[in-house]
Ligand binder design. Structure first.
Ligand code: 9WN
Length: 439
């Protein structure tokens, strides 16, 4: 199926709708992912939001990233949530009382304010900062945006490539299912089996006040998320002190690190600094990504479980996102393109990419990262298709994205077969990335 390109009027209406979402979701100088479900600032959300905001207000896009960077820890980590002190603690779980960053994170250099979480999310920030800079280089120079952001983003990557190289092979590991941003993907199921869930009475979920239980992770999932985060907190968030019970090398996380490392090179060059360390690092990371995670038989990248030293036998959208990496071997690009058009990932009716194998044993068209199609992953794959000059596929995905974003009122995610909206509506990154695709 092909989608007709939106007419000029339809595109204008969609653009206005997307801008409205970003205005309505604004909280101070940053933007919440959703007014109801996620009332604080999230890390990779803000990077995607800044990419869209640059088309509305470059200043606001810069501030979005600056607000996130204000929560950065001295060890370089950018926390996955920066909490808004004005929001009641029972509005989202886990709240600042749980993470206790300013106390438990002190040794790792957590700021005294704002309160933050202690885990991270995929490093898409340097890419976002570079795109925001490019949108208006004069305004960027006037505010010293790159000069201030660059050292912080370089420190962020240093953290990931030192403290988080848990496998010793040069890639960064995630230590909690919230870190790759794909919380309940079947890729984590086996590793999570080894984690003793926290007692249900030990915590109270807030997400079910706004989200439908069939769209969200289960209570058992949450028990394990809480256990892992508690163990990390009890170790003062020190990656050297704790043997992480969950330690995975994730393709999407590392692909974004590569793309962002290339963005750091562009920033360094722009600032008159030496860009070669970043270029070398991006090249090395690309080699390691291929050597450690590529599965040629399956035609996608796999997750590596560092506790069992084995590749996870699940097909997930995370394994397709490395298409966004420039300079991938041609054979790999071809295999990824085939996988996108094959039975595991081709959702013919919406044209979007499901988060998990359509034929997989754990496929669930409604439940979060176990099947539904998400808009940030579609945007990344679109960018990958463009990077490798696969223009027809890219255009088809762009049209599918815009049609479903509009139809679902900028849903958080959709059923990949029917396009029915799931999770939150008026979701910020869906609106922001729609804006980007319209501009
Ligand atoms: C936990 C904010 C975030 C996204 C993640 C998505 C979801 C949080 C949650 O929402 O995760 O971080 O409470 O479910 O999985 O990718 O960044 O939009």
């Amino acid at each position: 199926l092909d989608w007709p390109a939106p007419t000029a009027t339809a595109a204008l209406t969609l653009r206005r709708g997307a801008a409205r979402v970003l205005i309505d979701n604004r909280a101070g100088i940053s933007t919440v992912p959703s007014r109801t479900l996620y009332p604080h600032q999230w890390s990779w959300d803000s990077a995607f939001i800044a990419i869209g905001l640059r088309h509305l207000s470059v200043r606001r896009a810069q501030q979005e990233l600056e607000s996130l960077l204000a929560g950065q820890w001295a060890d370089g980590r950018i926390p996955h949530i920066v909490f808004n002190p004005a929001v009641p603690h029972d509005a989202y779980f886990p709240s600042p009382d749980f993470w206790q960053s300013s106390r438990a994170g002190r040794a790792a250099g957590a700021p005294t304010a704002p309160e933050t979480s202690g885990i991270v999310q995929p490093p898409v920030h340097a890419l976002a900062a570079w795109l925001v800079h490019q949108a208006d280089p004069r305004e960027s120079r006037r505010r010293g945006f790159l000069a201030r952001a660059y050292p912080r983003l370089a420190a962020w990557h240093d953290y990931l490539l030192t403290r988080r190289d848990l496998g010793g092979g040069g890639l960064a590991a995630v230590v909690h299912p919230w870190e790759p941003g794909m919380d309940n993907s079947p890729c984590w199921d086996q590793a999570l089996q080894r984690i003793e869930p926290a007692a249900p009475a030990a915590f109270q979920r807030a997400d079910l006040n706004h989200g439908h239980p069939s769209d969200r992770p289960t209570d058992l999932d949450y028990g394990r998320y809480v256990r892992l985060a508690t163990d990390y907190r009890e170790a003062d968030y020190d990656d050297r002190a704790l043997r992480h019970g969950f330690a995975m090398e994730d393709p999407c996380f590392n692909a974004l690190l590569i793309v962002s490392e290339r963005a750091l090179a562009a920033m360094a060059h722009n600032l008159g600094l030496d860009d070669t360390p970043h270029i070398r690092r991006a090249d090395e990371l690309t080699q390691q990504l291929v050597a450690r995670l590529w599965d040629d038989d399956a035609g996608l990248f796999r997750v590596l479980d560092l506790n069992t030293h084995s590749l996870v036998a699940e097909r997930s959208v995370t394994g397709l996102i490395p298409l966004v990496v420039p300079g991938l071997p041609h054979g790999i690009v071809q295999r990824l393109q085939e996988s996108l058009g094959g039975p595991h990932f081709k959702a013919a009716s919406t044209g979007l990419v499901p988060s998990y194998d359509l034929t997989g044993h754990a496929f669930d068209s409604q439940r979060y990262w176990r099947g539904p199609a998400w808009f940030n992953t579609a945007w990344l794959i679109y960018r990958g298709l463009r990077t490798h000059r696969l223009k027809t596929d890219a255009e088809r995905l762009r049209q599918g994205f815009l049609a479903e974003a509009e139809r679902s009122q900028f849903a958080e995610y959709v059923d990949p077969a029917t396009g029915a909206g799931r999770g939150a509506r008026h979701f910020s990154w869906t609106a922001a990335l729609a804006l980007d695709l319209l501009c």
